[in-house]
Design a protein around this ligand. Structure first.
Ligand code: MG
Length: 247
């Protein structure tokens, strides 16, 4: 992937004394953080965040943080961009931290250690915060605890990247998509996780949102960023006529 000035990105620089850069340290922390993002997807997300931050279009937004694995890949990319002279920015990480459907008791991805005994409900926020603190990324990530569509409706201004990785139910996924994609500045990046063209591999809503973005004529896919179930698209400066895109 290449950045705004054509430079190859995605490799954190070392310091002159050979010590790892801050972005490399946060990237290492990301690799060690539990979550559902494959490390190859994480590296693609890291590279995309660096490109988005270099473009200086607005804050980066993540929907669905869980324990902070994807958060730290994105934060590392943002920090790498800052190390290359990008304008100041932050990552807005939005999650209600009550877990998505498949994380609830009795479901496949339930982790009983995340249940708050006081409420009997999932609460991933304490471990999310601890992971951010351990990685030294608290200053670059602003955590917003709440419903992403409500947050989108309450905040104004363009954003430079949106990463959609929240709930996979149709209502939730479409609310995330419809709430945030209109906020992307031209040149901004839209990343979507759990895009499964084959229904046998996973649920449909993220794939349908991805198709809707392509079909709208407002986005082009960054084909070289395609990694497992991660897709990255860029918002066109001039929309093309809506058409059924090949994929
Ligand atoms: Mg996911």
């Amino acid at each position: 992937m290449t950045g705004r000035d054509g430079a190859v990105t995605g490799t954190p620089p070392a310091q002159p004394d050979g010590a790892p850069s801050r972005s490399a340290a946060v990237l290492a922390a990301a690799h060690g953080t539990p979550g559902f993002l494959d490390q190859r997807e994480g590296m693609a997300l890291f590279a995309a965040a660096e490109v988005a931050a270099q473009r200086g279009l607005g804050p980066l937004v993540e929907i669905g943080a869980y324990l902070g694995r994807s958060t730290l890949f994105l934060a590392a990319g943002l920090i790498a961009a800052l190390e290359h002279g990008a304008p100041p920015s932050i990552l807005l990480s939005i999650d209600h931290h009550r877990g998505s459907e498949e994380m609830q008791a009795g479901w496949e991805h339930h982790d009983a250690t995340l249940v708050d005994p006081a409420t009997g409900r999932m609460d991933s926020l304490p471990r999310f915060r601890a992971n951010l603190w351990r990685a030294g990324a608290e200053d670059i990530v602003a955590a917003v605890v709440g419903d992403s569509a409500r947050v989108a409706a309450a905040l104004s201004g363009p954003v430079g990247m949106v990463f959609i990785d929240g709930g996979h139910g149709a209502n939730v996924a479409w609310a995330d998509y419809r709430g945030w994609t209109p906020r992307l500045a031209p040149g901004g990046l839209l990343a979507i996780h759990d895009v499964f063209p084959d229904p046998a591999d996973g649920g449909r809503p993220p794939y349908e949102c991805y198709c809707a973005a392509l079909d709208s004529g407002e986005f082009d896919e960054l084909e070289d960023a395609r990694t497992l179930s991660l897709r990255v698209l860029t918002r066109r400066r001039v929309p093309r006529a809506p058409q059924r895109a090949s994929r």
